[in-house]
Design a protein around this ligand. Structure first.
Ligand code: RP5
Length: 167
């Protein structure tokens, strides 16, 4: 739509096979009432789509990019090379090397082009969304309240004493 402003968060991933992990970021954004757009943008298989996305994201109104990729995981770094927006990278747990390849590919950026790198897998996806929420909450008091409530619910859900789960 002409003049439409993009959702503040873009959740991008290198493959459909990354979605079971990246949907954890999407669900966390949903829980916090943060609008996002999820897209498959492969650095290797759809490089032109990646360039168009990365170069156009800021002008389109995107404020934060969450990028998940596995294996030779160039996507977060390549996006960061083409936009000044904050980029949070989520290493996907690869089959061959359990995500250590993804982690090292994403985390070892050269000085000057940052990617905020999260943990491998679900924890990284959830925390990328929470980091995005924390950044957006700096200028959104209502979101800051929702984030506080999210964390309070999380604390309340932790039992004080362990139970036998097989009982
Ligand atoms: C990467 O290659 C993707 O991010 C994915 O994690 C990995 C494997 O992709 P598929 O072969 O499952 O499509 O680009």
């Amino acid at each position: 739509m002409p003049g439409a402003v993009a959702a503040p968060v873009a959740v991008v991933m290198g493959s459909q096979s990354d979605w079971p992990t990246m949907r954890n970021a999407a669900e966390t954004l949903d829980a916090l009432g943060i609008a996002y757009e999820a897209r498959i943008v492969s650095a290797h298989r759809t490089p032109d789509r990646m360039v168009a996305f990365a170069k156009g994201a800021r002008a389109a109104g995107v404020q934060i990019v969450i990028a998940g990729a596995g294996g030779a995981a160039h996507l977060p770094g390549m996006i960061a090379a083409m936009t000044p927006l904050p980029v949070f990278g989520v290493p996907i747990e690869s089959r061959a090397l359990s995500g250590q390849d993804s982690l090292l590919s994403i985390v070892q950026m050269p000085a000057g082009i940052p990617v905020g790198t999260l943990a491998i897998g679900r924890a990284g996806a959830v925390n990328a969304a929470l980091l995005a929420a924390g950044v957006l909450a700096l200028s959104d008091a209502a979101l800051a309240e929702r984030l506080d409530a999210y964390r309070a619910r999380q604390s309340d859900a932790v039992a004080e004493h362990p139970v036998d789960e097989d009982a």
